[in-house]
Design a protein around this ligand. Structure first.
Ligand SMILES: [Zn+2]
Length: 161
């Protein structure tokens, strides 16, 4: 994720996609990183798309436009065909690390008491230590994601059982 398309990074992580936020010195190092790790670059920079590595297809890149992360997300999902990797809330929104599940007793004292009393399932980031749970914020984001991915799919066909 080029820094110029940064808002989209959190959305992609929310959906469980391995997303690096690139804020390095220049486009050349972004190309190197993409090549070394087999990553697709998402950018808003039309000039970047003209780079030799990109134009020749050695580096896969996606150009997004506009300011609406939801619209960018839709174009990213369909352009990259990443529907199948959809794994919401499995990744830290800040570090991109995969979360590990935690027992309720492990987080006692680390989450607000009202949360502890209500929630039984927790996930934790192994890097920053942030603890995630399925609170109201989670539910709201989940609905939004479901809406976004539903808009991407063709209408359901009738299924006979
Ligand atoms: Zn983290």
């Amino acid at each position: 994720m080029d820094a110029n398309a940064g808002k989209l990074a959190r959305w992609l992580r929310m959906m469980g996609y391995d997303t690096l936020f690139f804020n390095g010195p220049d486009d050349g190092s972004m190309v190197k990183l993409a090549l070394a790790q087999g990553r697709t670059v998402i950018t808003r920079d039309t000039e970047f798309m003209k780079r030799r590595a990109v134009a020749s297809g050695r580096v896969r890149a996606l150009l997004v436009s506009g300011d609406d992360p939801a619209a960018q997300m839709r174009s990213a999902i369909s352009a990259l065909s990443i529907d199948r990797d959809y794994k919401p809330f499995s990744r830290c929104l800040e570090c991109n690390a995969e979360l590990s599940s935690r027992e309720k007793s492990d987080v006692n004292g680390s989450v607000p008491e009202r949360v502890y009393n209500l929630q039984d399932q927790y996930m934790q980031c192994p890097i920053c230590g942030r603890i995630y749970w399925r609170g109201t914020h989670w539910a709201a984001m989940h609905r939004k994601l479901e809406e976004l991915s539903a808009e991407e799919r063709p209408p359901e066909q009738g299924v006979s059982r």
